[in-house]
Write a protein that binds this ligand. Structure first.
Ligand code: DAT
Ligand code: MG
Length: 148
């Protein structure tokens, strides 16, 4: 089954949105494979956002993601990468549709609440970057046959 990396950013943690965000993915039917509250080091931030190194906002991005605890998660399910991106909404909360996470909770692109992998390649890379294999749990859920 496909896996994706999702992370409640420091603004989402400070605004007490961890529970609401987890609830959306649980209720959708996806399966949590791992989660932890953690601090992102400068080194990890620069690796994670490496594709944006040349962008003018890179410095601010690294400063923001290292500014306080984040809630890192791995979620599992059919098409979870694309579906989670849809549930997050567009990068800029001003363009994100209502009922998406960014559409409901964010205002500016710099503080847009949540990160989610955008492709199978980035999901694999980001899961490895943030989680040790021993932190991810393989288990059966009783609702699976009522979801698929
Ligand atoms: P996403 O997080 O939707 O995958 P992205 O990968 O293009 O978006 O950018 C990563 C993060 O960088 C994004 O969540 C917020 C920040 N960002 C993107 N574009 C920005 C901009 N024009 N100004 C400031 N921050 C920006
Ligand atoms: Mg991205």
């Amino acid at each position: 089954m496909e896996k994706t990396f999702l992370m409640v950013k420091p603004d989402g943690v400070q605004r007490n949105l961890i529970g609401k965000i987890v609830q959306r993915f649980e209720e959708k039917g996806f399966k949590l494979a791992g989660a932890k509250l953690m601090l992102v080091s400068n080194e990890l931030a620069e690796q994670h956002y490496g594709e944006h190194k040349e962008r003018p906002f890179f410095g601010e991005l690294v400063e923001f993601i290292t500014s306080g605890p984040v809630f890192a998660m791995v979620w599992e399910g059919e098409d979870v990468i694309a579906t989670a991106r849809n549930m997050m909404g567009k990068t800029n909360p001003s363009e994100a549709a209502p009922s998406t996470i960014r559409g409901d909770y964010g205002i500016t692109v710099g503080k847009n609440i949540i990160h989610g992998s955008d492709s199978p390649e980035s999901a694999e890379r980001e899961i490895k970057l943030f989680f040790d294999e021993s932190e991810l749990i393989t288990y059966e859920k009783v609702d699976t046959t009522w979801i698929y």
